[in-house]
Design a binder for this molecule. Sequence first.
Ligand SMILES: Cc1cc2nc3c(=O)[nH]c(=O)nc-3n(C[C@H](O)[C@H](O)[C@H](O)COP(=O)(O)O)c2cc1C
Length: 330
Amino acid sequence: MPRDDSHLPQALRGLRIPLIASPLFIISVPALVIAQCKAGIIGSFPALNAREAEGEHPLLDTWLTQIKEELDRHNQANPDNPAAPYAVNQIVHRSNTRLDRDLEICVKHEVPVWITSLGARVEVNEAAHSCGGVVLHDVINNKFAKKAVEKGADGLVAVAAGAGGHAGQQSPFALVREIREWYDGPVALSGSIATGESLLGARAMGADFGYAGSPFIATDEANADQAYKDMIVDSSAEDIVYSSLFTGVWGNYLKGSVKNAGMDPDNLPTADASSMNFGSDREKPKAWKTIWGSGQGIGAIKAVGPAGAIVDRMADEYFAAGKKLAAEFN
Ligand SMILES: Cc1cc2nc3c(=O)[nH]c(=O)nc-3n(C[C@H](O)[C@H](O)[C@H](O)COP(=O)(O)O)c2cc1C
């Protein structure tokens, strides 16, 4: 029986597997987004990844044109196997001075899925809705989830413990359960989902989608150093450290990159939230460029390869695991 996704907004229906590729700062570029969408899952990128030099035409506009044209071409050539929609991530933090301009560009392009993080704002939801977009807001606990829905988000990304980059601390079981007690809208679960079995687990818990980022770092299309990709392949859960030092927000990083930067990953001081900065001058060194973000699920990543191969593997695992489990209930 095909998956019944008729309760979801149109833009979130009909995916090959119920998976959203998360936006990755610096790493998610059009080549990766296009590969993810062509493979049948929602691909995404942070608007802030598109940075033009002063006085140049906004790169975000160019990227959106490129993504739409490429996906249109694919859909015309493959009417039976259309690409999934793409999503753009907006960092809704006061330090993001580009936000208004970026919202305008996204409205112009009628971006189908909007992922918002670090602050829910009514105006951002209104901008998305003005062009028919669906907003998924990123939260790490039930309180923020309620706030996001009150402010007009159409769905939630529940970021549990073990997620790459900025991550929560709650068990995915607890987080999804608490949200599902009052909310029946779209929920994607984030944190260490790197196999089809984990994706099935997310669905069994009550999430509509899994949300995965770190596996896509080790891909041909990712805009990341080869050494970063290799470290993802060579590392596993015990090689991840949870720290607030690098951006002011708690997140998960590769211990190897912390060591390479001359620090002891097992003895890091904490930072306070006033050091957060997501403006276009987000140069804070080490975070992201030399201190590499990653979730705990990377033990499943055995090689660098095309992004589509990750989706193929996860799809095979997802359907096989689902059939095996379903047999227990006959
Ligand atoms: C290197 C890296 C960069 C990230 N950058 C962003 C970002 O710019 N915006 C955002 O909303 N989430 C960002 N995330 C978090 C992801 O959205 C997502 O929660 C996470 O990748 C899911 O966990 P996983 O990596 O274990 O799959 C980032 C994660 C990583 C690993």
